[in-house]
Design a protein around this ligand. Sequence first.
Ligand SMILES: NC(=O)c1ccc[n+]([C@@H]2O[C@H](COP(=O)([O-])OP(=O)(O)OC[C@H]3O[C@@H](n4cnc5c(N)ncnc54)[C@H](OP(=O)(O)O)[C@@H]3O)[C@@H](O)[C@H]2O)c1
Length: 284
Amino acid sequence: MGATGATGNALLHSLLALGAPVRALTRTPHKPIPGLSGATRPPLEVQYADATDPHSLRTAFEGAGQLFLAMANSPAQVALETRVVDIAADSGIEHIVKISAPAAEPDSPVAVSRGHHAVEEHLRRLGMNRTILYPYAFMQNLLRLAPAVAQGAILGAMGEAACNYIDCRDIGDVAAAALTRPDIAGGTYTLTGPEAVSHPELARRIGVLIGHQIRYVNLTPDELRENLIRRAHMPAWLADHVTEIQQLAVARPETPTGTVSQILGRPPRTLDAFLHENRDRFRR
Ligand SMILES: NC(=O)c1ccc[n+]([C@@H]2O[C@H](COP(=O)([O-])OP(=O)(O)OC[C@H]3O[C@@H](n4cnc5c(N)ncnc54)[C@H](OP(=O)(O)O)[C@@H]3O)[C@@H](O)[C@H]2O)c1
């Protein structure tokens, strides 16, 4: 699922590179799937599936043995993922690879992570074979900073706390390993890039890359939340989520794990390589 999304699309390309048969599910078939061009042919199928439409899920899961589940964050996420899991189990799917998030615990300070925990518990109760991936912040999210970079300042509420940024292509490669390698399937994996980087350091590196100094402006959590709602026009639940994630990084300092290297036998992609590859996106 989520073939148009950050991790689902990365996985799709990882599976195609391996020559594995894959059914890419999208709820908007008229919208191009990034990286695919022209008519699709085996081992790739593209099919409509919307988590709000149970019939489409049943049709999409016919004959499939495994499911990758990544769903956009929303207030409906737990209900939608729970429905997807139930229909997958009824359809004979035997293994689910689920994208969860750090701090997926019943009393997590991050509401979205509490939701992930609820879905994981549902999978456990059903007794399904499951691989759970706990990636830290996606490098691809940083592209959303481009408008702020254009104005010369990045805002945040995490002071000097560092983030374990990971490139979604590494998440895709690990998910592909879980779907194609019995030694990886069924595990739980915390996924990070090779280094944790703070917001001030991120601003410095982007500044060097584009040849303009970029400031980091540290706000209080309340100021950040207000800013996201009033200036970035985020819905309140999403502003809460961004603020909670930043507070989590302050409360629980992030350090890289070696999980990506252990599974893939190569180091994870670096933040510098990602920024360099995308430098034109940050240029004014
Ligand atoms: N971003 C991070 O830094 C981060 C870190 C750790 C964990 N996570 C977790 O990663 C997950 C998101 O993964 P992602 O970034 O790959 O998501 P994403 O880029 O936001 O993509 C979400 C995918 O879900 C699809 N989708 C949304 N509603 C759907 C529905 N009703 N039926 C079927 N498909 C639907 C979207 O399709 P459309 O293209 O049609 O909208 C899209 O393909 C979240 O659960 C989040 O908690 C994120």
